[in-house]
Design a protein. Structure first.
Length: 358
């Protein structure tokens, strides 16, 4: 098989073209910038020519301990995922096989995928093998939802929202938002100050709010647009109990980075009644604040050890997004009502401007 950067592709012209096209769809769907999509598209046009595969070295998948231990080295495409997992595809059989690095991770995946509510959102499971630490599911041809296509993104979310609400209700608990230890550390407080969230974090850390089962990483790359419907994939990595809008805010933030904060928030939340209809209480001030803090702390945790440029980019996009969502969902309609604490993040000028708009 041909190998490059953790990807094995069968040394076959038909498979090579399919694999390059599939990878291209995933890469371009996640690219936020038009120029970046144009350049990458040109690169993939060159890569998809079957003769290009001969540039890559030949290597046996048996060199990968996880694949060799499972006895699964006959496939068309395999690649390494996060947290030590591998995934392989067999086109003729319409089969996806997942390989897990530990029994605990295998059981965690089986538990979440065995829930009826989760199964309703995902491709059908075909089998579990604990001895080999693998799972198998049906391969559904499709592509990720495009991060730069807001209409498609909102259509996908509205279609899946009733199913995600059922997942949320599978496990619920009323409790305060669990704050990570680093929030009280100097570097954590510095992050919160840059985002203007110090007061809001202190407030929600002691306020009980409804939590339910959430995906935890529901970005566009984990939502597949197939021929007849949308699917949610990769449930096993980050699911946990979170506040009601946790997944929605993360999903919208990914769109906002590409399309623009005002456009995304106005399109999704100008009339948020569709959220409350399926999940009463999701738009309560306590739920909104806990969701804003929860998804923000998740992003900070992912970015806090990255390079300075990427951290600055996160703050530049995240701060106006949080403010815009707060203005849309938290600012009361009465002109002289007290503004919520979250708007203090932008200082007195922004608060005064918000009052004038009301």
């Amino acid at each position: 098989m041909r190998y490059v950067a953790g990807i094995y592709v069968a040394d076959d012209p038909r498979v090579w073209t399919w694999a390059v096209d599939a990878i291209q769809e995933h890469v371009l769907a996640a690219e936020e910038r038009p120029l970046g999509r144009w350049f990458k598209h040109k690169v993939f046009l060159w890569l998809r020519r079957p003769g290009v595969r001969r540039i890559l070295p030949l290597r046996s998948p048996a060199d990968v301990r996880l694949l060799a231990a499972a006895g699964e080295v006959d496939f068309d495409l395999a690649f390494r995922r996060s947290l030590g997992k591998w995934v392989s595809f067999r086109l003729d059989e319409g089969l996806i096989t997942r390989y897990f690095p530990s029994r605990w991770r295998w059981r965690k995946e089986r538990w979440i995928r065995s829930l009826a509510a989760v199964a309703a959102t995902s491709p059908p499971m075909l089998g579990w093998d604990e001895a080999r630490l693998i799972s198998q599911e049906a391969y559904i041809p499709g592509r990720p939802v495009r991060v730069y296509d807001l209409d498609e993104g909102l259509a996908a979310w509205r279609e899946l929202w009733p199913l995600l609400v059922e997942v949320f209700r599978t496990r619920t608990s009323v409790r305060s938002l669990g704050l990570p230890y680093w929030v009280r550390q100097p570097h954590g407080r510095a992050w919160l100050q840059r985002l203007g969230l110090v007061e809001l974090v202190d407030e929600v850390g002691s306020t009980p709010v409804l939590h339910g089962l959430v995906h935890g990483d529901l970005q566009q790359s984990n939502m597949i647009a197939a021929r007849d419907r949308f699917y949610v994939i990769d449930w096993g990595d980050h699911f946990h109990l979170g506040p009601p809008l946790y997944d929605l805010l993360f999903y919208l933030f990914k769109h906002a980075r590409s399309v623009g904060t005002d456009k995304v928030v106005d399109a999704a939340l100008s009339d948020p009644s569709w959220i409350e209809e399926r999940l009463p209480g999701a738009l309560s001030p306590e739920s909104v604040k806990a969701s804003l803090v929860g998804f923000t702390l998740m992003l900070v945790r992912r970015y806090q050890f990255r390079n300075v440029r990427r951290r600055h980019t996160l703050v530049r996009h995240l701060r106006p997004f949080v403010v815009k969502v707060a203005e849309r969902l938290l600012v009361p309609p009465e002109p002289f009502a007290r503004l919520p604490a979250v708007l203090l993040m932008e200082g007195r000028r922004e608060v005064a401007a918000a009052r004038q708009r009301r």
